[in-house]
Design a protein around this ligand. Structure first.
Ligand code: ZN
Length: 198
């Protein structure tokens, strides 16, 4: 009985995660890696919960996920949003940031708990940014890229001391996106900036 209960709870969590990830338009491969469900079962979940729901917005993505790291730093807005996500990955214990700003992955390989934590981070990001530029797939890749400490790294702002996501091959003037937005927009008040830094 106990075993059956545990197995049921485990399967329930797998399917809940599949539904959650399909809702974020995650790629089938990512859903498979996290849930351990076969492609066939993922197709069935999609068919059951989404295809006949009349919700035309939810799409299934196939093929390779986007990889270009420049996207994360293409504009101060993207850079700020990528930085928010990294902070949320850290809060969700998906990564650890040491004193030198190096990022360490806390999850050896994707599983159901990893998937739920990533969804939680992404959903919080959607609440924090009115115009989200990063899709779930971009968030998934950001999590991987930032832990390589190679093409992307956490730079340090010389004015406010905040850390921010930076492209290792870009010229870094040591100004975080919040400080850039603050000096160029004129539409943000000090209050807005304080809110963004939190
Ligand atoms: Zn700054």
């Amino acid at each position: 009985m106990r075993l059956t209960d545990d197995r049921y709870a485990g399967e329930k969590s797998q399917f809940e995660l599949a539904i959650r990830m399909i809702g974020h338009e995650a790629r089938t491969r990512a859903i498979r890696e996290c849930t351990g469900l076969s492609d066939d079962r993922i197709r069935k979940v999609y068919a059951t919960y989404f295809r006949n729901s009349g919700d035309a917005v939810v799409k299934r993505r196939r093929g390779k996920s986007p990889r270009q790291v420049q996207f994360y730093v293409r504009s101060p807005a993207n850079q700020l949003q990528a930085t928010t996500l990294v902070a949320l990955f850290c809060t969700g214990l998906l990564i650890r940031i040491d004193e030198d700003g190096n990022v360490h992955a806390c999850w050896p390989r994707p599983d159901v708990e990893f998937g739920h934590r990533l969804c939680r981070a992404y959903e919080t990001y959607l609440v924090l940014h009115k115009n989200p530029a990063l899709s779930f797939e971009w968030a998934w890749n950001l999590l991987q890229c930032i832990t390589y400490n190679d093409e992307l790294y956490l730079a340090n702002c010389s004015s406010c001391d905040a850390r921010y996501v930076q492209d290792a091959y870009a010229l870094d003037d040591r100004t975080c996106p919040t400080c850039v937005i603050g000096t160029t927009s004129g539409t943000l008040t000090t209050h807005d900036l304080n809110v963004q830094k939190r």
